[in-house]
Design a protein around this ligand. Structure first.
Ligand SMILES: [Zn+2]
Ligand SMILES: [Zn+2]
Length: 185
């Protein structure tokens, strides 16, 4: 038996059934996408929204600023671009907390950074910052550790000690801290 499709489009943002007249903004965005505009094929754009697994929103959601209108021409998603963005909750892979991927973040993510459609941030802002700091610390550390301990300056040793302290690496912290103390005596 053939699966019967729903006849009406359900707004992905407010989850309400919307007829053609209530989704005019996203329909006009869709109509103006290059490959739709230049195609000989006549697409039923409203039906497209019904089947779409990509993001769009009704006029009310856009007008009331729950959704943000998207620019498909700026995206890396030629055949199924975002037509509108709305905020969603995601779970951080590092700390497990929920965080909001806001509609403004999404616009930046897909239109400025040109990330592909399926790509979403994995971590909350706090963890992203921590990861960034960790990467910088790691780089500093590996630069200094290339040298022999005897060749390291007090500043460099202090940097190592500080990083190991923040990472809670007690043994290494103690090891380099002793060297600093010995040098200062
Ligand atoms: Zn809506
Ligand atoms: Zn997190």
């Amino acid at each position: 038996m053939k699966h019967k499709k729903s006849k009406y489009a359900k707004c992905k943002c407010c989850n309400l059934i919307k007829d053609k007249l209530d989704v005019s903004i996203c329909l006009s965005v869709l109509k103006n996408i290059d490959f739709v505009k230049n195609s000989d094929q006549k697409y039923d754009l409203y039906e497209w929204l019904i089947d779409a697994n990509f993001e769009w929103a009704c006029d009310k959601c856009i007008n009331e600023k729950r959704s943000l209108i998207a620019k498909p021409s700026q995206q890396n998603n030629i055949y199924s671009p975002y037509l509108a963005y709305y905020s969603v909750n995601l779970t951080c892979k590092k700390c497990g907390n929920e965080f909001i991927f806001t509609k403004e973040d999404k616009k930046f993510w897909y239109e400025e950074l040109k990330f592909f459609r399926e790509s979403v941030p994995l971590n909350c802002l706090k963890c992203r910052k921590e990861i960034r700091i960790f990467k910088i610390q790691n780089k500093v550390l590996s630069q200094i550790l290339k040298k022999d301990v005897k060749e390291m300056s007090i500043e460099e040793l202090s940097q190592i000690v500080k990083i190991y302290y923040e990472w809670d690496k007690t043994n290494k912290f103690n090891f380099y801290n002793k060297i600093i103390k010995a040098r200062q005596n």
